[in-house]
Write a protein that binds this ligand. Structure first.
Ligand code: MLT
Length: 332
């Protein structure tokens, strides 16, 4: 009998090993446009871990980095339709679909990362009153990667005069386009995935993104100069399709909200540390870091004069007044 029992036990063990782990009740694909070396991806991994923890494994998060599911703007459209569940993307790539988030992009609205954090956190609730109707999405938390800095391979940009004639790529939204126009340029709007090859082939001379992106996307291989133009902070919401969110029981909605908030705190910390390391590394890799332009006041004056004209692009004058009030109170 003993060999028979042993055989039975072995068979039972084999069945247990072969059985897959209990499947989650919900699968949530999470798209983002950066590669795995960028703080965005590290924040995405933390979000995945926290969602799975707070949902007791009932929601599985599958991460798709590097625009694998489409450009940031294309995926945001898919969230509206409910055909992809979630995304982390630069605010500038969301604003054409969800104008109200554009208040985070008013040039020179923030003088530090801390100011941006306070504003983003205070705006989350009011934005979630608007975005489900406006774009079929809601915000779970806000990532941040510091100021966008200007890189180029032609010359050191210390003044507005130095900038003239450069072919600079910007994200596809009117705020970035008009801001660069106010500085005398004819900027080139382009999807993020196309930027590195365009720099490599000389289609463009430069671009603007955070220091950490210059490292993760290896811009140091094709760019020589960096200027801290301070006009925008890279802010990026974790957004979820409203259809998906409303299809979840309340406890799982709360799990997503909590995971989004905590993942954002983590990502901001990672980003701050990596920004400092990136500055040192970029110098070692041969780039010239110029700091702020000598005539920064002129850059600011030109760009800030555009604020009233942006109202229609970012949710209308009443919302801009309400949102800037919320932001100012949060910063004060
Ligand atoms: C862009 O410039 O399009 C974005 O900043 C890219 C990103 O999401 O990191």
């Amino acid at each position: 009998l003993k060999p028979f029992i042993r055989t039975l036990a072995t068979a039972a063990l084999a069945i247990c090993v072969a059985l897959p782990a209990a499947a989650a009740d919900y699968t949530m694909r999470l798209s983002h446009g950066d590669n795995e070396n960028n703080p965005t991806h590290k924040g995405a991994l933390r979000f995945q871990e926290l969602v799975e923890k707070y949902s007791d494994g009932r929601i599985e998060v599958q991460i798709f980095p590097s625009n694998q599911l489409g450009s940031e703007q294309e995926v945001a459209q898919a969230l509206r339709m409910g055909s992809i569940e979630s995304e982390i993307l630069y605010t500038g790539n969301l604003v054409p679909l969800a104008p109200s988030v554009g208040v985070m992009m008013l040039p020179y609205a923030f003088t530090s990362n801390e100011e941006a954090h306070a504003a983003m956190d205070a705006l989350k609730g009011p934005l979630n009153e608007r975005l489900p109707k406006e774009a079929g999405v809601r915000v779970l938390g806000y990532f941040e990667k510091g100021f966008r800095v200007l890189t180029n391979d032609r010359r050191e940009v210390k003044t507005l005069d130095d900038l003239q004639g450069l072919k600079i790529r910007v994200s596809k939204n009117n705020i970035a386009i008009d801001t660069f126009k106010s500085w005398g340029l004819d900027p080139i709007p382009m999807a993020w995935a196309e930027v590195f090859p365009a720099l490599q082939q000389g289609v463009i001379d430069g671009q603007e993104n955070p220091y950490t992106t210059a490292i993760s996307s290896k811009f140091y291989e094709v760019q020589k100069y960096i200027t801290e133009i301070h006009y925008l902070i890279w802010s990026g919401p974790i957004i979820v399709s409203e259809r998906f969110y409303q299809g979840l029981p309340e406890d799982l909605q709360q799990a997503l909200d909590r995971a989004g908030e905590e993942a954002a705190q983590y990502e901001r910390q990672v980003s701050a540390e990596e920004t400092e390391a990136a500055k040192k590394k970029l110098v070692e890799l041969g780039m010239t870091l110029t700091g702020a332009p000598e005539d920064e006041a002129k850059w600011q004056e030109a760009a800030k004069a555009l604020w009233p004209g942006f109202a229609d692009d970012i949710g209308g004058a009443a919302w801009v007044e309400e949102a800037t009030g919320i932001m100012n109170d949060a910063i004060a």
